[in-house]
Design a protein around this ligand. Structure first.
Ligand code: ADP
Length: 437
């Protein structure tokens, strides 16, 4: 018990004892005690009513209680109240500052609840995507920003992935979207304006495509004259070797240009569509037959266990098989072995080209799909390698929602696995035999 409470109780008991004492002097102890109790009660009731009025009106100045338990109660309450309003003011200032800084951010930020409903958003989200803080509160963001990629991103739970989408308010503008976890069960949708980046990348693509296209015509003329010279019996013997060399280089240049054009086309194209499911097994068999069987080529095996087909572009899937298989042939000695397999299951389907060739140093594996990347530049140039094959493979796979997974060990061999998602795989039901009921 606190000092004040003890004093209050002792004061009360002394007051009642004094009342009883006065009553006893007049021969009526009970009346004296009753009168003192009534006075004490009235005093407490008065203080209680004043306290209630102070709480109601907020006026803590008019009523004074002198010392004692009521004064303590009163000042304690006033102190807590003032502290509370000081905190509230600080929070308001802080909130205003946070809002000011998020509004100053160049990127859009949208806070979403567990159902992807908008809690709040900053000014940039309005400028970039047309979201309105008050009007759109409680609305599902994927109902306002209608983009299949964004919808998938919101449901995927992948906080590292990003998607690009066209701005719904500014024609021709592009946004990069990312979703990161925020608070308890909330998400932060970040929108970044990437219009400039997209414009530069399109400019680069167009430049490469135009330059490759323009270079093709003069090269055709040069190749024509070189072919004529090669066929000419009358040219001096000393020219024969340089002409042959020039023809080889011209052919190489033609290949570079056509691969660059193919890359530009793939980069600018959207997801691959198909009129008819692609018969991957048939393509593997055809490519192995076309490329294999030479004296200095490693032995080739086909392990096409699956009859599943692919939703995609047949010519592009064939390019993937041709590129992977010609690489395997180029980098595997004749006594080695190359296995091409096609497997499908509930996880999707895998097209794999494995070889027992020279392998690739692990440090180079992440760079294999870069344009013009070759592990051993001087050697691979001699062998006709350009370094665009795997870049083309990567782009084709991306258009088919697939990825390239490379594993390799130097001196042991390499495995190039193309993994297709189940959405792309078509499992056809077996054809019933004639007479089957
Ligand atoms: P290219 O246009 O020469 O075929 P790629 O992009 O296909 O170029 O391959 C890039 C590089 O990756 C090659 O130069 C080679 O160093 C390496 N590489 C590709 N496939 C294999 C393989 N099966 N075994 C070893 N190295 C390979």
């Amino acid at each position: 018990m606190s000092e004040t409470s003890r004093k209050f109780l002792i004061g009360m008991l002394l007051f009642l004892a004094a009342g009883a004492g006065v009553g006893w002097l007049y021969g009526h102890l009970d009346w004296g005690l009753l009168a003192a109790t009534l006075v004490a009660l009235l005093w407490q009731v008065r203080n209680l009513l004043n306290f209630e009025r102070a709480l109601r009106t907020g006026d803590f100045e008019t009523f004074r209680y002198g010392e004692g338990i009521w004064e303590q109660l009163f000042s304690r309450f006033r102190f807590e109240r003032e502290r509370g309003s000081r905190h509230k003011k600080n929070h308001r200032v802080l909130l205003r500052e946070v809002r000011k800084s998020t509004n100053a951010m160049p990127d859009g930020a949208v806070i979403l609840d567990v159902n992807n409903e908008i809690i709040t958003c900053n000014r940039a989200a309005k400028r970039l995507a047309g979201l309105k803080r008050k009007k759109d509160r409680g609305q599902r963001v994927d109902n306002i920003l209608r983009d299949p990629g964004l919808t998938e991103l919101l449901h995927s739970g992948d906080h590292k992935a990003t998607v690009e989408m066209m701005s719904p308010v500014n024609d021709g503008d592009w946004l990069n979207c990312r979703v990161v976890p925020y608070g308890a069960d909330q998400k932060l949708l970040l929108l970044q304006d990437i219009t400039e980046r997209m414009r530069l990348s399109k400019m680069r693509r167009d430049f490469v495509a135009n330059a490759s296209h323009e270079l093709r015509s003069p090269l055709t003329v040069i190749s024509g004259y070189l072919d004529g010279l090669a066929d000419d019996e009358n040219i001096p013997p000393a020219w024969k070797k340089p002409v042959a060399q020039m023809r080889r280089q011209a052919a190489r240049m033609r290949q570079i240009l056509s691969e660059l054009l193919e890359l530009s086309r793939l980069e600018g194209a959207g997801p691959a569509k198909s009129d008819q499911p692609v018969d991957v097994r048939g393509l593997i068999e055809g490519t192995v037959e076309a490329l294999g069987g030479h004296a200095n080529t490693a032995r080739m095996n086909i392990e096409a266990e699956s009859t599943a087909k692919l939703q995609g572009n047949s010519a592009e899937i064939e390019t993937v098989i041709v590129n992977l298989l010609s690489n395997a042939i180029r980098y595997t000695p004749p006594d080695g072995e190359i296995t091409v397999s096609w497997r499908s299951g509930s996880e999707g389907a895998d097209l794999t080209v494995a070889d027992t060739g020279e392998g690739i140093d692990p440090e180079y594996i992440p760079r294999l799909t870069e344009r013009f990347f070759r592990v051993d530049k001087s050697r691979s140039r001699d062998e006709g390698s350009i370094g665009l094959g795997l870049a083309i493979v990567k782009h084709i796979l991306a258009r088919h929602d697939a990825e390239l997974i490379v594993t390799s060990e130097t001196g042991v061999g390499s495995v190039f696995r193309c993994h297709f998602s189940p959405d792309r795989v078509v499992i056809e039901p077996p054809v019933p035999l004639a007479g089957d009921g």
